[in-house]
Ligand binder design. Sequence first.
Ligand code: ATP
Ligand code: FE
Length: 374
Amino acid sequence: LTLLGIESSCDDTAAAVVRQDGDGPAILSSVVMGQAQLHAAFGGVVPEIAARAHAERLDLCVEQALEEAGLGLRDLDAIAVTAGPGLIGGVLSGVMTAKGLAAATGLPLIGVNHLAGHALTPRLTDGLAFPYLMLLVSGGHCQFLAVRGEDRFERIGGTIDDAPGEAFDKCARLLGLPQPGGPAVEAEAAQGDPARFPLPRPLLDRPGCDMSFSGLKTALLRARDRAVAEAGGLTRQDRADLCAGFQAAVAEILAEKSRRALRAMAEEGALPPSGQAPTPPGYLEREERGAAGFAVAGGVAANGAVRAALEAVAAERGLSLVAPPLALCTDNAAMIAYAGLDRLRRGDIDGMTLAARPRWPLDAGAAPMLGAGR
Ligand code: ATP
Ligand code: FE
């Protein structure tokens, strides 16, 4: 089976071709056209500008993906497109493009949840078995998902305010470092002492898997101002130490909450998710073992300290951390094509009535089962 994937829910216009044969899935092409320069002057993604750029580039992007795969439209079996969640103008551009292609070719159309695309990527890249814990940690997202099947996701916690990538970006701004802040802060932190400016670990003393990062930025601001007041300015070493302290706090919060999320999956994993009947055969046996894997995706997963902390947590449970290559961790269309594959196999296809959804929780309808207590 060969699918074309289309993604346009944020500030990347992307198209990709993924093929599944006896040897498993293969990415034949994956084109990502970023829009960073278009939005740079505004300090954030401007939805209107993003939507227009998607509309202008989608056709070219699809053409390029097909060309790089060496295929034509008639070689495809279906078209998968991000139908949400995301900036509605962009999502609409993608859905309209996909509908146009489907109408012209008669190919089946599949509307994919963007977050499902991210959550299933470890299967595309590493063949990870269900169930596994997925930590999505980027500039805009931070959440734990228990991934139990191709369409069985459960959110078991996440940030209640900022995403860590956003916090890294703010940290960089406060210290006069360039954007994107993550890599700049990490480079400074390499020279720094994380113990010199101890920053708080918000929510770590509370049960559950929810996280908070906005307080870190305020604490960092105060530590910076104190250092400036004492010495009349920030030295290179002050800045490095502040970055190291900040990075250590983010890594520890993510690691401790990951530990709890894995424990929650292990201890309550024997229960079938609510509202799911009848229980598929083999389900209980598999889930009694707890998470079979721990995967991370998103730009912040590129951070060495964060990654090392998560690897240590995985090792405590005898797991190895699965971190797909960065190009597949950030927004791309290969993950959308891949998420459409199983839907196509199951005959779960959308028609021309497919709607773009600005909000689309992955576990809509399912009552929470994990994450409470502890
Ligand atoms: P989303 O895809 O959730 O809408 P996004 O496009 O901002 O958000 P990504 O492209 O996955 O997310 O990640 C970008 C974020 O990752 C930025 O906030 C950036 O600072 C952060 N980041 C990138 N590299 C590093 C690093 N080495 N350390 C920490 N953070 C990093
Ligand atoms: Fe994304």
